[in-house]
Structure formats: structure tokens, C-alpha cells
Design a protein around this ligand. Sequence first.
Ligand SMILES: [Fe+2]
Length: 309
Amino acid sequence: MHRFAKLGYIALNVSDTERSRNFYETLWGLEHTETGASGEMFFRCSDDHHNLVIYKSATPGLKRIGWEMESEADLDKIASVLEKNGQKVREVPAAERTALRQGRSIRFSDPFTGVTHEYYADQYRLGGRAWKPTVAKIQRLGHIVLKTPRYQEALAFYMDVLNYRVSDQVENYISFMRCFPNPFHHSFGLANSKEAQFHHMNFMVTEVDDIGKGLWRFRKNDVTVVRGPGRHPPSGSMFLYVLDPDGFTVEYSFGMEEFPEVEPRRHRVLPPGPESGDFWGAPTDPRMGAFGPIEVEQAAATGKVLQTA
Ligand SMILES: [Fe+2]
């Protein structure tokens, strides 16, 4: 079975790249690494070239999720398991993956949310320039949660075909998953919902002070806090959720359980209800996780399989 390294990057369609750049660079604490030829902007919170990419679009939403695999051989392995399960896998053309500063990359669009997943093993490095945190000591891109109306089917697909492992679940409501063998409690989550949508993306911070300082920085700069600070019972993480300029929900969290590759604990099932979401009882603004259309990639919509250029 293929092996994941980590959740690599998230690509968003935004209505105003400058406005979003100001938010993600100045207030959120990512480093802007490059602006591409089409105006797309790359940001990082690690030594990678990018962990977030924003594209200007008239229809803001989630564009793509990039997963770093342990090796290039894992690309062939995941492609073959996907094809065996009736999924179309597309090679990212050389010109596009070069613009993305990535090695060989492949994509497929999941039938349960419509999201395009991309798999690659290598991103260019920035001449060895190390990541330096600014307003928040961001450790890594943490996780992304999607909503789907085909929850049980999607869950089975992500576990059996894509090789994710469930760490914890709130019964019939949400599942938190590891991308095997990555140790973090969850890099991906699926929530049961009436429609397929992007729910939120998360960045892990180093200190509890990053949460507290963030809260006041966001208040001072008119950033809407939609939930928190609070603490999640499933992962033990302390959290703060805010809205980005387009209304996407973004989260800082601090602390996360790690799982061994061999003999991990069994997943727990928590009862539905607010006590499974937060130990501290923080109120939730209804705008949390409410906005986030998912782009259906043209190639997926037409069923056209791209060839390597
Ligand atoms: Fe989260």
C-alpha cells in the first residue's frame, strides 16, 4: 500500500489575492514565497516551497488538496489502487507542475466531495532558506475537514482505498483521520452533511501563547472569531477558529496526539453533542465552516485524462 509523508498544501480560490495575502502573511503568519506567472501566490510555514497557494477567482472556494508521499514509487502505488477502484488518475502536465515547483504530480477527484487530491513526492526547496515564524510560531499545516452527504461511503473509500486510518469519531457526524503512516491524530476529517463542502483548514502552533496572542491580534484587526478559544476532546488540541477575507474558516490549534505506526490504539467513538466538540463550552458562530464551495476540476468534469507533456 502507498505511504503518505504528510498533508502538503492547500490551494484556495480567492476573490482578491492582495487582500488574502495581507491576511495570510501579516495576520496569520505564513511566509509569502513567490507569486507565479498567473498571479497565484505561494505561502509556506515550513521549509517547503508552499503549504498554501491562492488563486484569483470569481468563485472563491477550495481548489485542491496536495499530499506529499514518502517516495515517487508511492505515486504509482496510489494511482494503481485508484484505477483498480474505478477512479481516473491524471498526470499533472510538466508545465503546470514546474510552475508549482513540484516533481511528478498526479491528481484525481474524489466522487464523494468532488475535491481534487494531488499527490507528489518532491517540492523545490528555496535554496536552503529556513522557515522563520513571524506573528505566530506556526509548526505546520495541520489538517483539512470536508463535508459530504455520502458520509459512510466516503469514509469506507478513504480508509480502504486511500489508506487513511480513523483516530476518533463523533458518531455518524465526523471522523478524524491519519494519512498512514503519518503519526498526527488527524490530517484529514470528513463530516456528515447535506452538501459537499470545504469546512475548515488548520495550522498547528507551537505555544498556547500563539492562541492567546492570535485572539487579540484578530480582534484588533477586525478578523471575525467564529469559535474559541476552546479545547477539542477527541484530539486534546486547544483551538481558535476565525474567518479569512472570503469567509473560509481557518483554525490555529495547539497540541495533538501522535500515533505509532505499529499497534496504535483503537479509535474512540464519541457521542454526538456539543460536549464532544469542546471541553470549555465555547459558543459557535453559525458562519463557522459554513462557506466553502469545492471546485470541480475541468479535467474531472469532462472525464478527460491528461497525459504527461
Ligand atoms: Fe480542526
